[in-house]
Design a protein around this ligand. Structure first.
Ligand code: SF4
Ligand code: SF4
Ligand code: F3S
Length: 374
């Protein structure tokens, strides 16, 4: 085992391979507060990449309702149970999936059953907490849920790659996208067991594993992935995350992840250094968010609440969902935020404040009161 630096944990950790960061790292930010679970992303991905035989229950992109939903079922609870057994109590300062795995494995993990994949929307819209019978809105503040969109995290230290005995999974040096080499793969499924996010899928027809390819044919043309571009709620932004210590404040991903620390990795304690960053939901049980996004949650929620008055953050957030092209840098004026591609060419300009018109209830021209003027 090599020793590598995991900046999300702020410590060195054991990993089967030496630290080798790509020239640039693909990264995404998902704003959970804006997701409406319309599943447009899911369908866009499904129809683009996984409509073949053996892929009937495969969703490289899925959206689940937390706390009870999960695809495959209980993917995170099962791993936390396993880790808890091994750590006894610690959550954040505990060992990662690469440290102290069970005898015979080099990663702590579990393989979902077929049944676990069979009901991807189970518990959709189920809330946590109880409203007493007949109480109506009393105690409603105890009731919460949120939608969580999930894809492969194109981890810096991929559990899937660490576990494969064939070294059939690799991370592209040019963009950090993690791919399964379909010719090398022999279907051992150690990757399925090892990925803590359960984002590698075994295809029972082809007998090899498959996973999100980060829409690399689009990335290579400077276009954001399908799940990002099609998102109705404009919750997503894909771009490039700088190496730790090299953050560029004019890169919107760096700005929200490294500078404002508003977007956080999902279950950083697993140790893979995942590269999908989430703006945590407001009004959700704090303990749940701490477990899911780590100790930075209080700061992230506060930064999000202040974003309307924080021009730098707001300008980055308004770039979400407004252009299919990959935004490398941005700047802002008093009125607009402007995004540029990696050649420095302007590709998008968005007003910082939405223009609005106040309509008078009485329409002079038609000598009549307007409808819907409330
Ligand atoms: Fe591999 Fe899973 Fe990380 Fe994706 S999320 S790179 S499949 S470990
Ligand atoms: Fe699917 Fe592309 Fe999104 Fe991956 S990046 S989940 S392949 S749409
Ligand atoms: Fe390796 Fe997974 Fe294939 S463990 S051999 S990539 S099924």
């Amino acid at each position: 085992m090599a020793q590598v630096y995991n900046w999300q944990l702020q410590r060195e950790m054991a990993f089967p391979y030496a630290e080798q960061r790509p020239q640039r790292q693909i990264a995404y930010i998902f704003d959970t507060n804006k997701c409406i679970a319309c599943q447009t992303c899911t369908v866009a991905c499904k129809t683009t990449w996984t409509s073949g035989k053996g892929q009937e229950q495969v969703f490289w992109n899925n959206v689940e309702t937390k706390p009870y939903g999960g695809y495959p079922q209980a993917w995170d609870i099962k791993l936390m149970g396993l880790l808890e057994q091994r750590w006894k109590q610690q959550v954040y300062a505990g060992k990662t999936i690469f440290e102290d795995p069970p005898a015979g494995d080099n990663v702590t993990g579990h393989r979902p059953t077929e049944e676990d994949y069979a009901y991807p929307n189970m518990c959709e819209d189920e809330v946590a907490g109880m409203v007493d019978k007949g109480a109506f809105f009393q105690g409603i503040h105890n009731v919460w849920m949120f939608y969580m969109a999930r894809i492969c995290n194109h981890c810096t230290y991929p559990g899937c790659a660490a576990a494969c005995p064939r070294q059939a999974i690799y991370k592209r040096p040019e963009d950090g996208i993690v791919l399964v080499d379909q010719l090398r793969c022999r279907g051992y499924q150690e990757c399925v067991k090892a990925c803590p996010y359960k984002k590698v899928f075994f295809n029972a027809i082809t007998r090899v594993s498959e996973k999100c390819i980060g829409c690399y044919p689009l990335i290579e043309q400077g276009i954001q992935p399908r799940c990002v571009v099609t998102c109705i709620g404009k919750i997503r932004l894909q771009g490039w995350l700088s190496k730790p210590g090299e953050a560029q404040p004019n890169n919107p991903i760096d700005q929200l992840v490294h500078v404002k620390k508003m977007a956080l990795p999902l279950y950083p304690q697993y140790g893979t250094e995942p590269n999908v960053y989430y703006i945590p939901p407001l009004n959700v049980l704090r303990e749940f968010l701490l477990q899911m996004f780590g100790p930075g949650v209080d700061h992230a929620v506060q930064a999000y609440r202040q974003a309307a008055r924080d021009r730098e953050a707001l300008a980055a957030m308004l770039l979400f969902g407004n252009t299919p092209q990959i935004i490398s840098t941005y700047s802002y004026t008093d009125t607009h935020t402007v995004g540029y591609n990696d050649k420095g060419v302007e590709i998008i300009r968005v007003p910082l404040t939405e223009p609005f018109v106040v309509r008078q209830p009485y329409d002079q021209q038609h000598q009549a009161y307007r409808l819907n003027t409330a």
